[in-house]
Design a protein. Structure first.
Length: 116
């Protein structure tokens, strides 16, 4: 059974930082592309960042480029999202995603709230 468990969300002031973690189990973590998505009420889930299976390539939405950094540790089956210079518009539920070919798995999400 695949499980993705996010942690690290919370309340932070604008300009602050948070580091999200996604602990994966039940899958061969090192073979999956890992991504972070976010969603606010009434809006579709949107892509934030992704990292390929070996970590050789990273991708970012324009809205987070230069502020967020995605990384992974294939030894402890964990993906991370370092978020700096947070702004109120970054407030959302952040979801971890693991994808390989036609298989895609999601975590339960972690709330990030940025106060102005």
């Amino acid at each position: 059974q695949v499980q993705l468990v996010e942690s690290g969300g919370g309340l932070v002031q604008a300009g602050g930082s948070l580091r999200l973690s996604c602990a994966a189990s039940g899958l061969t973590f090192s073979t999956y592309t890992m991504g972070w998505f976010r969603q606010t009420p009434g809006k579709e889930r949107e892509f934030a960042a992704a990292i390929t299976w070996r970590g050789g390539s990273t991708y970012y939405a324009d809205s987070v480029k230069g502020r967020f950094t995605i990384s992974r540790n294939n030894l402890n089956n964990t993906a991370y999202l370092q978020m700096n210079s947070l702004a109120p518009e970054d407030t959302a539920v952040y979801y971890c995603n693991a994808q390989i070919q036609y298989h895609s798995y999601w975590g339960q999400g972690t709330q990030v709230t940025v106060s102005s």
